[in-house]
Design a binder for this molecule. Sequence first.
Ligand code: PLP
Length: 311
Amino acid sequence: MFQKTIQTQNQQIHLSLLEEKKIELWIKREDLIHEFVSGNKFRKLKYNISEANRQNKKTLLTFGGAFSNHIVATAVAGKLSGFNTIGIVRGNELATKFDRVLKENKTINEAYKNGMKFDFVSREDYSNKETKEFIAYLKKKHGDFYLIPEGGTNKLAIQGCKEILTSEDEKFDYICVAVGTGGTVSGIINSVKRTTTVLGFSALKGGFLKKEIEKNVINSINWELISDDYFGGYAKINTSLVTFMNEFKEQTGVLLDPIYTGKMMFRLLDMIEKNQIKQGAKILAIHTGGIQGIDGINTKLKKKNLDLIKV
Ligand SMILES: *Cc1c(COP(=O)(O)O)cnc(C)c1O
């Protein structure tokens, strides 16, 4: 799976709003690459896995939250390519109720089934995870490993994300993509031609990611980062988002995820509605995957007695 160059299909989206505004919208179905190594997580792991092989490493170690798409993608990708995997997961309270976590958290459960070993660390340790001291401590505790950063973003990940678009996609005026750490959007920006505009829809509040992305970008094109001030930040979900996602699924057949692609599509259609995208534009939105995370969000919505995302 990690040796070949995978290309995914574009699917046209038909909605009365798009017809009315004379805008073409297509979705690149990166979510269909793999159930658990989906979308951009596959792209970001590909060259890291070849590098880990080249360095003769036996173990991949990475970081994430308890519902992280990246954690489960690394576990499954590691299993598929013959690596041991270790997940350094935020929240040391999870260690004491691991049996319950395995039962209730599908992300951790799937990663565990694929052989991942967990080290649940305090929020303080987690925030120090990039320091030399903490990494030395991890090496002492777990032995030698190939380190993949939180969210999987590094130079090799960005290189992998340059393979999302193909020459056929040059016809699009806009490329839209959800942003977490900014690795994926950086690869996209570095792989498009000059007349393309890239819109990155952040899953986080505030504009601090812009500087991070600027560090990676070598292509001088138009790009913009739209921060998640509307829903209030990372993994903040409300009923209007859930209703939108359920309607979108009903009208187009495409299931979105609530953390990234659902918010991207909500904001993009809102921009179209408000005439912020020019008539006649051709838009390609990347479905970066993340479907595995729906269950975790639905569990939280259920506890609050709110409408659930229909899968
Ligand atoms: C991780 C993730 C992103 C964010 O990717 P970055 O490269 O971290 O910006 C977007 N969409 C989905 C579905 C993801 O899982």
